[in-house]
Design a protein around this ligand. Structure first.
Ligand SMILES: [Zn+2]
Length: 360
């Protein structure tokens, strides 16, 4: 919204007419005292000269008034708006509308509109190269995660993770899983821990762009990569970081070296997969024994434990009252251990009616 400052076009301290007035008083006084015809003549001549000078000057001033559509720095509205760094398309069109409502349009207003449209075009170019700019409002290189609340997720949605345009999956580090996703020591463990030796290469899971690459609290040295479908992968406790924010990375590219920085009891990779900030259990769709991904499309949905992801082709069994792990495993021709593994849990847990278990 444009708030206009009244344009003070005749800002003067002392004008020519003030001077004429003063001279008149002076000459009248002289004339009254001396009755000198010479003085009178001189007065009239001076007055005439001053009239000529004033009319020429006034004309020039009018002329300069026209030109002052290009205001001085003090009056320039851009100075007023210099504090506004960002502007939306809506705000810009509103600005254009309010300028068009004015009787006269100042060059500075046009400059201002041009300035902001250039900024918007620049931002558009910047965003076009950035992964998932349709899903995330910004590519934040400061905040570690911006978490979309669960209730803002649709009941179910599918997300393609492997395709010709997205590329393949690369297992970031082959090794024994030392800690799974889920509750651990009264805290939620939002990733999978993979055993490694200090200095082992840690590689990128999917094509994307590095958003975070720095030392960050309990994560220690951490790299967070945003992928083109909106997934983000997290690689924590690194001894060395080999990328920087804004780097375009490909699946299989070296991100850093394994280590034990941050809150860690020994060298391991803490690996997370997130979508809109919500941590997903990677074991639901990545096999950490075969080191490969089990699906090309995920089903992302609400569950009792928050937002979760399954292979889109997974069949879910809805728990009925009286169902047990043993019965369900038997019905679908597998062991309880297999059923647990399929559901990304180590041990069977208490089943409640309405809950869903993956059965393939
Ligand atoms: Zn961990």
């Amino acid at each position: 919204m444009i708030n206009r400052i009244p344009f003070n076009n005749y800002h003067r301290v002392f004008s020519l007419s003030d001077l004429i007035r003063l001279l008149t008083i002076w000459f009248v006084n002289k004339f009254l005292y001396f009755s000198n015809i010479k003085t009178l003549k001189a007065y009239i001549a001076t007055l005439a000269l001053l009239f000529i000078v004033q009319s020429v000057f006034a004309f020039h001033k009018n002329d300069s008034l026209l030109n002052r559509h290009e205001p001085t720095k003090k009056n320039d509205d851009t100075v007023q708006y210099a504090g506004l760094k960002n502007i939306t398309y809506e705000e810009l069109s509103f600005m254009v509308d309010s300028i068009l409502d004015l009787d006269t349009i100042k060059q500075s207003d046009i400059n201002l509109v041009n300035y902001y449209s250039k900024l918007l075009i620049k931002e558009k170019i910047r965003l076009e190269g950035i992964p998932a700019s349709d899903i995330y409002e910004e590519f934040d290189e400061q905040a570690v995660f911006t978490i979309t609340p669960e209730n803002e997720f649709p009941e179910t949605q599918t997300l393609v993770i492997i395709s010709d345009s997205l590329g393949e999956y690369f297992h970031p580090r082959e090794g024994i899983v030392t800690s799974k996703f889920g509750w651990r020591d009264k805290r939620m463990h939002k990733g999978i821990d993979i055993n490694l030796n200090k200095g082992d290469p840690v590689k990128c899971a999917f094509n994307g762009m590095v958003r975070i690459a720095r030392k960050q609290g309990g994560f220690g040295n951490v790299v967070i990569v945003r992928h083109y479908n909106g997934l983000e992968t997290v690689y924590a406790h690194l001894s060395k970081i080999k990328v920087k924010p804004g780097d375009v990375v490909t699946a299989g590219q070296l991100l850093g070296l394994g280590g034990s920085t941050g809150h860690s009891s020994g060298p391991h990779l803490h690996f997370e997969v997130r979508f809109k900030g919500q941590a997903l259990n990677p074991a639901n769709f990545i096999s950490f024994t075969d080191n490969k991904i089990g699906t090309d499309t995920l089903m992302i949905k609400h569950s009792r434990y928050g937002i979760c992801a399954y292979p889109a082709n997974a069949t879910l069994h809805s728990i009925q009252k009286g169902d047990s792990w043993y019965e369900i495993a038997k019905r679908y021709g597998m062991s309880v251990k297999q059923l647990c593994a399929l559901n990304g849990v180590e041990k069977k847990y208490y089943l409640r009616a309405g809950q869903k278990l993956r059965i393939n």
